[in-house]
Design a protein around this ligand. Structure first.
Ligand code: SGN
Ligand code: CA
Length: 515
């Protein structure tokens, strides 16, 4: 203590340093956990076998669930990329963090959990997809893709410099991440956001995985031929496999004779295919050329064509999942070998869910289950018992407060999410029983109308607004696939009235205002 300061000031300084001490993860503290937050892009829970295994087995992702916990009711607040990333960082809904859609630029000067961790003694990094346009802040190191990035030989911005990295992007992001962990200062805990590009459109597989799913016929969802009756917004989207999936861009039918002429043939040829090096192209052609030949010789139309596109879509998408699973396996092995597994909080999630042909769709955006939900598994062997299933409804606004809470840092008052720590540590907690959702990007790609809504354990109420004014209501117990809009059903009017009141109250609670 400084001897020349008056005692009162010395007392105040002591109090401050004690308070600050509480808020600082001691750099020497061997107990401070590390954090690796793996987030993929558009990875559906339908294709993570700890959730569902009718399409693919994902042993490495499942291992996180088996050695940790699986959240069986994990949701997002606005089912689209940049907004989900801003929610993750800030712990606030889109209308407060400003990132309401993919178009606006993230205000990186606002507070984030990563900044709090950094101030609390953590070394921090983000590697992979960023998509927030502004320069990352709060990170000691960043290597981020430009916009969506590319599957092959992608460019990254590495601490301000543009660098091309040869190879397949899921491997490259993993290599960079393990490299960063390896060179870290071992005296301090770290937080790494490992954000994959996969499994985003246009689902370009790794050439080394072409043998996967040979001859497999994927099951077609029961709602594949949905006619959208009673659901105007669902009818007016532009994300149907039959009508909006491009035979070249999405299904890779780039025939040399040029007979498959589609809207996105040119960008596929000149922005995606052309990016590969000669060896990658040779492997690519060896696999796709026979498929192209078979397709151009066939005469598929109507339902048959839609089903063929679905099979091709699943085949490519699942190979991208396979690469993610393999690379998550590399991270798990590395943590074991480095002795880091025990005290590292490992999170695996996606920025939102995705349609695997349900309602005839690909893409996301809607508050319907497939895109409102997102996979979430977590492991922290030092503190969290293995093999747990957490059934409470959690949402991506909860990550920021949870991670701060788990490492012992205070949660800023203005974060809107709840800490999941009591759920993870099996402590008593009075948990939420309703979720708020709001999607804003219209007009825009895939033409999903703006909407907001409330979901409880068994019911969902949605209001599509602007350019449209339609309410939808679902009884999720009786209609889990949301085909039956019961908004006018006399038997449900009491429940609907109650939900409208609760929705208004939720909007007030989250300070939505008029927006
Ligand atoms: C691109 C995709 C869309 C997708 C958006 C948003 N088209 O525009 O299909 O909905 O990204 O995705 S693409 O064929 O050019 O990839 S998000 O995950 O980034 O929100
Ligand atoms: Ca996404």
């Amino acid at each position: 203590m400084n001897k020349i300061l008056p005692t009162a000031i010395q007392g105040t300084l002591l109090m401050w340093s004690l308070m600050l001490g509480c808020q600082n993860v001691d750099a020497q503290d061997a107990d401070a956990p590390n954090i690796i937050f793996i987030m993929t892009d558009d990875h559906s829970y339908q294709t993570l076998s700890a959730y569902q295994d009718h399409l693919i087995e994902t042993p490495n992702l499942d291992r996180i669930a088996h050695e940790g916990v699986l959240f069986s009711n994990s949701f997002v607040s606005n089912s689209i990329c940049a907004p989900s990333r801003a929610v993750l960082l800030t712990g606030k809904h889109s209308h407060l963090n400003g990132q309401i859609d993919n178009r606006v630029r993230f205000d990186s000067t606002q507070n984030t959990f990563v900044k709090e961790l950094q101030a609390g003694g953590y070394q921090t990094a983000v590697i992979g997809k960023w998509h927030l346009k502004s320069q990352p802040m709060g990170f000691d190191h960043y290597e981020v893709l430009i916009g969506q990035g590319n599957y092959y030989n992608s460019d990254f911005i590495e601490n301000g410099e543009r660098v091309r990295s040869e190879g397949y992007v899921t491997d490259v992001i993993t290599d960079k991440s393990l490299g960063w962990i390896e060179q870290r200062n071992e005296e301090k805990p770290f937080c790494l956001l490992l954000h994959h590009k996969a499994t985003h459109r246009i689902w370009m597989p790794d050439t080394t995985l072409f043998q996967e799913f040979e001859g497999v016929e994927f099951p077609v969802p029961s709602t594949f031929f949905d006619d959208y009756s009673g659901r105007q917004a669902a009818a007016e989207q532009e994300m149907s496999i039959a009508n909006h999936m491009d035979l070249v861009w999405d299904n890779k039918m780039l025939d040399s004779a040029g007979t498959v002429q589609t809207q996105l043939r040119d960008p596929y040829e000149n922005r995606m295919y052309s990016r590969m090096d000669p060896d990658q192209k040779a492997a690519w052609d060896k696999y796709y050329d026979p498929l192209i030949k078979e397709f151009t010789e066939s005469d598929l139309t109507g339902k048959e064509l839609a089903l063929w596109k679905y099979q091709r879509y699943m085949n490519d998408y699942l190979k991208c999942v396979r690469s993610v699973d393999n690379n998550v396996g590399r991270v798990l092995d590395y943590l074991d070998e480095a002795g880091l597994a025990e005290n590292t909080i490992l999170v695996y999630t996606s920025d939102q869910g995705f349609y695997m042909g349900e309602h005839g769709w690909f893409d996301k955006r809607f508050m319907y289950e497939e895109s409102f939900r997102t996979p979430l598994v977590m492991r922290w062997p030092a503190q969290v018992e293995p093999g747990g299933f957490i059934e409470e409804m959690v949402q991506n606004i909860d990550h920021a407060p949870t991670l701060l809470d788990l490492v012992g840092l205070p949660i800023p008052e203005d974060m809107q999410g709840e800490s999941m720590k009591p759920l993870l540590l099996k402590q008593p907690v009075d948990w939420r029983n309703e979720l708020y959702y709001h999607y804003y990007e219209f007009p825009g790609a895939h033409a999903v109308k703006k909407h907001y809504g409330i979901r409880t354990e068994h019911h969902k109420l949605i209001h599509f607004y602007d350019h449209i004014d339609q309410w939808e209501f679902y009884d999720l117990q009786k209609d889990s696939v949301e085909m039956n809009n019961l908004i006018d059903d006399p038997g449900y009017q009491e429940i609907i009235k109650d939900l409208r009141i609760r929705l208004t109250a939720l909007r007030e609670k989250y300070q939505v205002g008029e927006g």
